[in-house]
Design a protein. Structure first.
Lengths: 474, 416
């Protein structure tokens, strides 16, 4: 399997280079999907653990991947996913290089309309989730990008979010939690989103300070008081972004003329007078080392990966957090290797999950652009456009209103009507044994036993399977 | 009916199952195909607190800053005529509602409703945001905030979230416009309908039929929601908006406002769980030649008045369970400008009609036209107090601190 994959990737890279010369990302992304295996046998077990794992640690299996993981073993797969290498799918890398907000810096981007920038950011996220080899990493990016949510339509956030993604989220998903918070606190996108450029010694603004504790680290009821919020706000006075003429725009800047140099007391700890930027850094260290952070962060990760936040997986993760001083690789490992990963309650797929798992499940070729994004918007999850700082909700009740839009996507995808997107329907059916309904159930539900109506037209059988209540869960 | 619950350990399902059991018994026994509309509306409108979601709100936003002083005119103040020598509405043309105020003659279709106590106004109403920017003022108001900055989500979205339950209709909130207003920003059970035709199911006949059997079994939260969504679709399909004949010989103007309200009435009567309907009206930024008893502003008011009258007629007794609010981002400068128009101001007029409104009155502390704020009518009623009072009086109990952060509630007395 690994040999054939390597060959495939080499071929993809060659084609992708040609595509870049042509300057067309759509063309490059067409080759990001690995070719289908020659045969697509049903999973060995009904409701195969490998299928379940791929739905939770990854964005669902691509055709043939369940068999691959069953052969290699679940822990081999997880061990590899926990230590992503540099060998990302080359065709994906080439496609990403063509995407405008990833190619340009924040200053250059300013000439582009906001909706185009948001479209590019979404396109990158979709392509990475669909075609990325390091699926656990992409899942973690989805999680942390929502944890440190930034609303792309406030101020200039759209122009600054790409940097936030590459400097704050991606480098830290397997790193130190405290370091990720420090990076986020210096992210111009976050500072502007939570109004910290207005936080000065003369007129403190508590917005960032409050969310830093309530949403980023300790959680509601995490042991801080209104007085702590005020003191933390004082510590972050002067944390702003560069706006001066001829200085690089859109960069972090500590403006000491706006900083409150007085003594502060945060969660019982004294922060001596005279400190500058180190006041804020010290605050983050205090917060990241707090027992509430260990609890809050691991509970939220467990909710995302195993569906419950108070079981053995959470306790193991909390211990790992404390033992490792917030090392996110250790914390993530404790969760994804827990039995609840395979046995826990079903988790509703957010629209992004739903769309990506459908595209992966059917080996789709997509440009991740307008077509797919229009459907995500109808389902209520246009990426980077959740206005509240808490990120897109993960409970089922938040998404029960999105079913009509999901069904319409299912019908469109199966009939080839999603813009910039195709699925190899005939090849899937032929390699999977010839019966459309059975193939669809194997690929998308991981089991030939699932109750899917037997519809005459293959496209209808695939649409109905994508539309099942079962496929709304992972 | 309990199929599948046992195998699911998550509390969410269990809660959902228990709270819905009572409601669904009737519905499911009646069967998917033959479900009666009355059962449907019960399914769709059961709220979190056990209080039935039987009250609906229509929010109309007049964009551009409607000139409150020429809608509810303070004819009793000489200062009005001094400030508006060219645009002042003559006493004889107004529908006088006391010694101070008179209604613009273009509101004639609503005079009787006002006199009968169905319609009220709140004067000198607005936000604490002193901006004169349309964009900023609208955004502040639709987000339910005191001033610029702060929460980026809309007040309706936060209300929906604060009262969310397992039985949310997919159409809890609808925006009858191509773009959802900021008030719905962050709402998960809101749908934007350029027109009703947009809410439809794609795919082949056999795919659509298959969905009925896939979602016949009430086995998890999404399955239940799908069942309800299919019922809503079936209901809308059966009632056929194209064939809709308004009641009470209501005649809606053939304008965006008129046709939007007609769709709102259709949806509310269809019993598909609509709690909030948002509509827009444009063109209120009357800087030049706004007119008096004829002209630009009069034309706009005539459209709104006729549309609201048609809506109330069409709704009939259902109007008791429906409240219409008409908002604008700010009022206009007291003094007219050289172009016989008015520039951006502060205090404006909010309209309230229908269920629960103690009408026939102009509410709010009148700040007068002598003590102005930079030439503008002062704001004496925070618009959020009207919205908060409406929620408290007529809607589901919600944590008002989360819907309107920082509001120190002060009753207006508008709802009874």
């Amino acid at each position: 399997m690994s040999v054939s994959r390597r060959e495939v990737l080499q071929a993809g890279a060659g084609l992708g280079v040609a595509a870049t010369v042509g300057g067309c990302t759509t063309f490059a992304s067409r080759y990001a999907a690995a070719p289908l295996p020659a045969e697509l046998p049903p999973p060995k077990l009904a409701h195969s653990p490998a299928f379940r794992l791929l739905n939770r640690a990854a964005f669902g299996p691509v055709p043939g991947q369940v068999a691959e993981v069953e052969a290699s073993g679940l822990s081999t797969f997880l061990d590899a996913q926990l230590k992503p290498g540099g060998d990302e799918n080359p065709a994906l890398m080439i496609a990403l290089q063509g995407i405008m907000p990833l190619r340009m810096d924040a200053t250059e981007l300013r000439d582009e309309p906001e909706h185009e920038v948001l479209r590019g950011l979404q396109q990158a996220a979709i392509l990475r989730a669909v075609y990325g080899r390091w699926q656990l990493q992409e899942r973690l990016v989805d999680f942390w990008s929502n944890h440190f949510n930034i609303y792309g339509r406030k101020g200039l956030a759209a122009y600054r979010k790409a940097t936030d993604e590459t400097k704050v989220i991606r480098p830290h998903v397997f790193g130190s939690f405290g370091e990720m918070v420090k990076a986020s606190a210096q992210s111009p996108a976050m500072l502007a989103y939570l109004d910290n450029q207005l936080n000065t010694s003369a007129g403190p603004n508590e917005n960032y300070a409050r969310e830093l504790m309530e949403l980023h680290t300790l959680g509601v009821g995490g042991g801080y008081t209104q007085r702590d919020v005020e003191e933390v706000a004082r510590c972050f006075t002067g944390w702003t972004y560069e706006t001066r003429y001829l200085k690089p725009r859109g960069k972090f800047r500590f403006d000491e003329t706006r900083h409150d140099f007085g003594e502060k007391k945060v969660l019982g700890q004294r922060i001596p007078a005279g400190g500058g930027m180190e006041d804020g850094l010290r605050v983050i260290e205090i917060l990241a080392a707090h027992t509430s952070a260990a609890k809050f962060v691991t509970r939220k990760l467990c909710k995302y990966f195993v569906g419950t936040d108070d079981g053995p997986a959470q306790r193991a993760a909390e211990r790992a957090y404390q033992d490792s001083k917030g090392d996110l690789r250790a914390v993530t490992a404790a969760i994804v290797k827990s039995p609840e990963m395979l046995e826990g309650a079903p988790i509703v797929k957010r629209p992004f999950d739903y769309v990506v798992s459908a595209l992966r499940g059917l080996g789709a070729t997509t440009d991740g652009s307008r077509g797919v994004q229009g459907h995500l918007q109808s389902m209520g999850q246009p990426l980077y456009q959740w206005p509240m700082p808490d990120g897109y909700p993960d409970g089922a009740e938040a998404w029960t209103g999105s079913l009509l839009a999901r069904w319409n996507f299912a019908a469109a995808l199966a009939s080839g009507a999603v813009g910039g997107t195709t699925i190899p329907l005939a090849a899937l059916i032929q390699r999977g044994g010839g019966d459309a309904a059975t193939v669809a159930a194997n690929l998308l539900l991981g089991s030939p036993d699932s109750q899917v109506p037997r519809l005459e037209m293959p496209a209808d059988a695939f649409a109905a399977t994508l539309a099942t209540p079962e496929f709304q869960w992972r | 009916m309990e199929i599948g619950y046992e195998s699911l350990s998550c509390d969410l399902y269990r809660e959902a199952a228990i709270s819905r059991r009572k409601l669904l018994t009737g519905g499911l026994l009646a069967g998917l195909a033959g479900l009666a509309p009355s059962a449907l509306s019960q399914v769709s409108v059961a709220g979190k607190q056990g209080r039935t979601r039987d009250h609906s709100v229509v929010v109309i936003f007049l964009r551009g800053g409607a000139d409150g002083l020429n809608i509810v005119t303070p004819y009793g103040e000489d200062g009005y005529y001094r400030a508006r020598p060219g645009l002042g509405l003559a006493k004889g043309d107004l529908h006088k509602v006391g010694d101070l105020f008179g209604l613009n003659p273009a509101l004639k279709p609503l005079f009787q409703r006002y006199d009968d106590g169905e319609l009220a106004f709140v004067h000198a109403c607005g936000s604490q945001d002193k901006t004169r920017s349309h964009f900023e003022a609208m955004s502040t108001m639709e987000r339910g905030l005191a001033a610029e900055g702060g929460a980026a989500s809309g007040w309706i979205a936060r209300y929906l979230s604060a009262t969310s339950s397992a039985s949310n209709s997919p159409l809890r909130a609808v925006s009858i416009a191509s773009v959802a207003p900021d008030s719905l920003s962050g709402a998960t059970h809101a749908t934007s309908l350029g027109s009703l035709a947009d809410y439809r199911l794609a795919g082949s006949e056999s795919f659509r039929t298959a969905l009925g059997s896939l979602y016949a079994q009430n086995k998890d939260a999404m399955a239940q929601a799908g069942h309800e969504t299919l019922q809503v679709l079936g209901q809308l399909d059966k009632l056929k908006y194209a064939d809709y004949v308004p009641s009470g010989s209501a005649s809606y103007p053939d304008t965006g406002m008129g046709q939007g309200l007609k769709q709102a009435a259709f949806l509310l009567k269809a019993g598909v769980g609509v709690e909030m309907a948002c509509l827009d009206g444009g063109g209120w930024d009357t800087h030049v030649a706004q007119g008096t008893t004829v002209g630009w502003l009069t034309g706009l008011l005539d459209e709104v008045a006729k549309s609201l009258d048609a809506f109330a007629r069409d709704m009939g007794t259902r109007m008791e369970k429906t409240t219409v609010l008409v908002q604008t981002e700010f009022g206009r400068r007291v003094a007219e400008n050289a172009g016989l128009g008015t520039d951006h101001g502060r205090g404006g007029v909010l309209w309230a009609m229908g269920g629960g409104v103690k009408g026939g009155k102009v509410y709010g502390e009148w700040p007068g036209l002598e003590d102005l704020e930079g030439g503008d009518l002062r704001v004496t009623t925070d618009y959020r107090n009207v919205l908060a009072e409406l929620i408290g009086a007529k809607l589901e109990p919600a944590d008002l601190a989360s819907v309107f952060p920082g509001l120190r509630a002060k009753p207006v007395g508008l709802f009874g």
